[in-house]
Write a protein that binds this ligand. Structure first.
Ligand SMILES: NC(=O)c1ccc[n+]([C@@H]2O[C@H](COP(=O)([O-])OP(=O)(O)OC[C@H]3O[C@@H](n4cnc5c(N)ncnc54)[C@H](OP(=O)(O)O)[C@@H]3O)[C@@H](O)[C@H]2O)c1
Length: 333
């Protein structure tokens, strides 16, 4: 089968389309004929060997896909999540990592869903802002429920960022978001972002302080690392939490303990790879997300669709921050 192969862990230039053996399903796994793959920042990190647990090269790239299930579920349109092996004509994953593609969605839209929307939803869940299923801290949830919750979303125009804006709007959250580009921010404002912040021209810590009259936000969705973790902590209000789910700058997160003491604030990690193994967390999340999808309230934002042959270009767009929403690679017509 045709597959996008990471030939060495040295970055996107080492990606090549090669003929690879079809995946052999392990017990409990399904095989899917793949039509489209969703590109994630984690794929770029994987190509450089910078993603935890990456096996040695060569390996098939990609962690998110949409296509048609083979075998028992023959013909079912599905969108799925795996750690590697998605950008190929066939991919294998476990049954609980497959979800039905909504009837009104294309494979491209479906390939842009699982990672972004589950990550964003679970961010709100960890921040105590979702209804129904209890979040990790009941005390925190009670604090947040007393007011209109506020969130600061970094890389708000990206894949997870645009999903977080759509979900935040449905949850009635007041949203602040950062990006390097006015053009991207204008598009996210149309999705419902209340306070766009261009961090090239404005210091987001100051903007948040001024707009919230010194109070701060209840949660920051933080995926940059380095000094941004400390700055994000200083953007919090009392009992607030930084949801740390990435380090796109490549720098280890710095923690400002004083800001934590001052407001009983905290930093909490979020890793979909880990949470996705927990049925009791994923099932309520999917129940809520699929309800919103069927009501037409969630639409994956896709900035680029590129054929597999242009995968290197797709990875570069992500590396250079030139993407809006999701980049999708088309694997079959
Ligand atoms: N923990 C998890 O389970 C989980 C799940 C999904 C994603 N993530 C993480 O979430 C982050 C976003 O992932 P994504 O796939 O949705 O990507 P993305 O947000 O679509 O793309 C990355 C965006 O980050 C912004 N950015 C700011 N500083 C950057 C830098 N130094 N290098 C590169 N980009 C920078 C750029 O937007 P602007 O130019 O507009 O600022 C860029 O477009 C990544 O760090 C990823 O690893 C984690």
């Amino acid at each position: 089968m045709k597959a996008l192969v990471i030939t060495s862990l040295t970055g996107p230039e080492a990606l090549a389309i090669q003929d690879m053996p079809e995946p052999k399903p392990k017990p409990g796994q399904c095989i899917v004929r793949v039509f489209a793959g969703g590109l994630n920042f984690a794929d770029f990190m994987t190509s450089k060997g910078g993603y935890p647990g990456t096996p040695p090269a060569p390996l098939v790239a990609g962690r998110e896909f949409a296509g048609v299930e083979e075998g028992g579920g023959r013909g079912r349109r599905v969108m799925g999540y795996t750690q590697w092996g998605a950008f190929a004509e066939k991919a294998a994953t476990y049954e609980n990592m497959l979800w039905p593609v909504p009837d009104h969605w294309t494979f491209e839209q479906a390939a842009a869903f699982p990672v972004n929307y589950f990550t964003a939803y679970l961010g709100y869940w960890q921040a105590g802002m979702t209804p129904g299923n209890p979040p990790p801290s009941v005390v925190h949830r009670e604090e947040v429920a007393k007011r209109t919750p506020r969130v600061l979303i970094h890389a708000v125009a990206g894949g997870v960022g645009t999903a977080a804006v759509q979900i935040g709007r449905l949850l009635g959250v007041e949203m602040y978001g950062t990006s390097s580009s006015d053009e991207k921010l204008a598009r996210v404002k149309e999705l419902g972002l209340h306070h766009p912040i261009n961090y090239k021209r404005h210091e987001y810590e100051e903007v948040v302080k001024n707009l919230t009259r010194g109070e701060g936000v209840d949660a920051v969705f933080e995926m940059l690392g380095g000094e941004h973790t400390a700055k994000s902590l200083r953007c919090l209000r009392d009992f607030g939490r930084v949801i740390q789910y990435g380090t796109a700058t490549g720098r280890a997160p710095q923690i400002d303990l004083r800001a934590m003491y001052a407001k009983s604030a905290s930093v909490q990690g979020l890793w979909l790879t880990y949470l996705s193994q927990k049925k009791e967390i994923m099932e309520p999340a999917w129940k809520q997300l699929s309800e919103w999808i069927s009501q037409g309230k969630l639409t994956p934002q896709i900035g680029h669709v590129l054929p597999l042959e242009r995968a290197v270009e797709a990875y570069k767009l992500l590396e250079e921050g030139k993407n809006y929403g999701k980049i999708v690679v088309k694997i079959a017509a």
